[in-house]
Design a protein around this ligand. Structure first.
Ligand SMILES: NC(=O)c1ccc[n+]([C@@H]2O[C@H](COP(=O)([O-])OP(=O)(O)OC[C@H]3O[C@@H](n4cnc5c(N)ncnc54)[C@H](O)[C@@H]3O)[C@@H](O)[C@H]2O)c1
Length: 312
């Protein structure tokens, strides 16, 4: 079974490849351009173990330049995870990159899929499409992104819908809620906090730290994502993938203090523009359609992330 994964060298993509390869019938073509907020070296480390795998092939190329026809030939499933993530950097001069990599690249891939008999096209979207909401957010909630990043991802979702409606491309949209754990991107809060605390440096906190997030451990995220392949009645659906535990940033920092056995030096700065105050996923649809149940709590997941960072 041939599966194409875009963004295969990224945080979620590399973990997803490892998970999918547990099935001995799976063969993966991973595509990645080594762009975005994480350094190339980190991305090479992400795929290091995969490169020796006999059923994994890495194609180092940009989705905007690739010759899709031979690459997609014979593939049954596509996981489209490539994109430029991150809210804060999406303001200003870098916006054109978000447009190119989150919108244009998605359209090029969907266009190339018109001529192949795909079983599923799974698109990685984000809780950032929702904007500021109160309480648990279900997929029925009307998206109102607060950032240019959220707008580009929501546009990617709309592209999936129109290509499904007009060309029968079997798209499924997953909305991830803040994913953490080993290989987390270096621009993300937990990675920055852990790295700074290990080096006894101050950690930078946007706002007062009382903002809450629904934090999803990477293993839960990839189990949910992998399960879409065999799930029934999911084509055309949009599904939230949230975690086992919500928490404020201040609570996360106190768990890190306990795990690292030291006090954090906190530097509070202005709230980040474009970030909601709270996120909280209603995952009842994922429970029903994917049999999804997040398993890893914050403390266990943070311990695993610390161990990974210390080791690397
Ligand atoms: N990490 C999270 O918490 C989170 C939350 C919500 C949604 N997402 C979405 O999940 C996906 C993966 O996120 P991540 O955290 O693993 O990010 P990441 O930056 O680690 O991975 C994305 C990968 O895509 C590749 N890429 C980008 N544009 C490309 C292009 N044009 N051609 C080929 N490769 C390209 C990058 O090189 C990178 O390796 C993204 O689409 C992101 O928007 C992530």
């Amino acid at each position: 079974m041939k599966i194409v994964i875009t963004g295969a060298a990224g945080f979620i993509g590399s973990n997803l490849c490892q998970k999918l390869l547990e099935n001995p019938t799976v063969e993966i073509i991973g595509l990645d351009a080594f762009v975005g907020p994480t350094s190339k070296n980190v991305k090479y480390a992400n795929v290091q173990a995969l490169l020796d795998h006999p059923r994994f092939t890495l194609i180092e190329s940009n989705m905007l330049d690739v010759n899709w026809e031979p690459l997609l030939k014979g593939s049954e499933y596509i996981y489209h995870l490539a994109g430029i993530p991150g809210v804060r950097a999406s303001w200003g001069a870098d916006f054109h990159q978000y447009v190119l990599y989150n919108i244009t690249a998605t359209q090029r891939l969907l266009e190339a899929c018109k001529s192949i008999p795909l079983k599923k096209f799974i698109f990685a979207s984000t809780s950032s499409v929702y904007g500021e909401k109160s309480g648990q957010i279900s997929e029925k909630s009307i998206p109102k992104p607060l950032s240019p990043y959220g707008i580009t991802k929501l546009t990617g979702e709309h592209l999936c819908h129109v290509y499904r409606e007009s060309f029968n491309i079997p798209t499924v949209i997953l909305r991830y809620f803040t994913v953490f754990g080993p290989k987390q991107r270096s621009d993300m809060a937990f990675y920055r906090f852990i790295k700074s605390m290990i080096k006894d440096k101050a950690i930078t906190i946007y706002g007062d730290g009382t903002q809450t997030r629904d934090f999803t451990y990477i293993d839960d995220c990839v189990i949910a994502t992998a399960s879409v392949r065999d799930a029934k009645n999911v084509i055309g659906e949009t599904i939230n993938i949230g975690g086992k535990q919500r928490s404020s940033l201040l609570n996360v920092i106190s768990i890190l203090e306990e795990l690292l056995g030291k006090k954090a030096k906190k530097a509070f700065i202005n709230e980040a523009i474009g970030e909601p105050k709270h996120t909280w996923a209603d995952i009842s649809k994922a429970e029903k359609l994917l049999n999804y149940q997040p398993l890893t709590d914050l403390k266990t997941g943070l311990k695993n992330e610390i161990d990974y960072i210390k080791k690397h």
